[in-house]
Design a protein around this ligand. Structure first.
Ligand SMILES: [Zn+2]
Length: 89
């Protein structure tokens, strides 16, 4: 019976990934918007949370019974591979 020898064709390693809010200088900006709970109308999305708040006040001024809002915050996140023991930096 012939002897068969096999060699590994690929080396697979397990890597750990980390995820966190992206605070790099080139990260997308954090943005805010408000949505009226009563009629679902939304403010413009803005990097300045004061703008959606101003929109909410004006919206309630036009529709006095619309006085409940939900805030939508868009925050950039990033992932990276955690260095493994023996990795070259
Ligand atoms: Zn409304």
């Amino acid at each position: 019976m012939p002897t068969v020898t096999t060699q590994p064709r690929a080396i697979v390693r397990h890597v750990m990934w980390t995820i966190a809010p992206d605070q790099e200088p080139n990260a997308e900006p954090m943005t805010y918007a408000l949505q009226c709970v009563t009629c679902s109308e939304k403010s413009e999305r803005s990097e300045d949370w004061g703008e959606p708040q101003g929109w909410g006040l004006a919206h309630s001024g036009r529709h006095p019974s619309h006085n409940s809002y939900r805030e939508e915050i868009t925050r950039p996140w990033r992932t990276w591979m955690k260095p493994q023991p023996g990795d070259r930096s």
